[in-house]
Design a protein around this ligand. Structure first.
Ligand code: ATP
Length: 249
């Protein structure tokens, strides 16, 4: 395993190229992207449909491999890990929140939150888990099953589960895609609060400028390339930038 002295970067890709397929049908989904996701920050990835957002997230998180270039979690170059170590890294150092909440229906809220730790045979950090339960506002629902919760509450369980192992970075792929706007706002507020109160790092892919405006910074992709970054975003500024990207040159 290659390691470098810990930087204040939770995750990054360098000269990332991802080509799907070969020959005439090859698609260059990432075309030389270098981007870092600073530790302790909430970063949103935006861009037109097909611009490479999901591909970037999957490669940065070690769910898929790059064609060339490198992907790093903290000081670890993912390309140096064999399958077993990559699985362990995803389990111990990365959290995921998906559009579908992916909770286990037969387990309680409390059991769902600690499931990754239980699968790893780790007791985790009980104080941290206890604090997370309050951050996500589920103390009075701990013994409920997912079917007894609203969509927004289920996604809050998924958020707590993603943070349960103290991951270096939580990747969220359209986390509000299945929620009405009020529940979506709650979950986004929660992601932002968790980053600010705990110093954790979130990277979120979204289509929604209102959702992206909850982030500290937005990175914009177009045609597989990084084209802009925006600090302290607002929905209007993001929308303007997106309109410019969607106008054919
Ligand atoms: N498994 C795959 N095989 C072939 N092509 C793929 C595959 N996954 C993605 N692509 C292509 O790569 C490009 C980038 O796709 P990606 O899903 O990363 O974009 P996106 O910005 O997340 O899109 P959307 O906003 O529509 O979800 C697209 O042209 C897509 O068709």
């Amino acid at each position: 395993m290659t390691t470098v002295t810990a930087a204040r970067t939770a995750a990054r890709v360098v000269d990332a190229v991802k080509v799907y397929g070969a020959g005439d049908t090859a698609v260059r989904a990432l075309d030389g992207v270098s981007v870092d996701f600073p530790a302790g920050r909430f970063t949103a990835i935006m861009g037109p449909s097909g611009s490479g957002k999901s591909t970037l997230m999957h490669c940065a998180a070690g769910l898929d491999t790059l064609t060339s270039g490198s992907a790093w979690i903290g000081g670890t170059d993912l390309s140096t890990l064999d399958d077993r170590r990559l699985t362990a890294l995803r389990r111990d150092r990365v959290g995921f929140v998906f559009q579908a909440f992916n909770l286990v229906p037969t387990l309680t809220v409390a059991e769902n939150i600690t499931l990754p730790l239980d699968l790893a045979g780790s007791p985790g950090d009980p104080e941290w888990i206890d604090a997370l339960v309050d951050v996500v506002g589920l103390r009075d629902r701990l013994h409920h099953r997912p079917a007894q919760l609203s969509g927004g509450q289920q996604q809050r369980v998924a958020v707590a589960r993603a943070f349960a192992s103290h991951p270096d970075v939580v990747f969220a792929d359209e986390p509000t895609g299945n929620l009405d706007s009020r529940s979506g706002e709650e979950v986004l507020g929660l992601l932002g609060r968790t980053v600010r109160h705990t110093g954790r790092t979130v990277v979120m892919v979204t289509h929604d400028p209102v959702a992206a405006a909850h982030a500290d910074e937005v990175v914009f992709l177009a045609d597989g390339r990084l084209v802009d970054r925006m600090e302290n975003p607002t929905p209007d500024r993001i929308l303007d930038r997106m309109k410019a990207l969607e106008v054919p040159s």
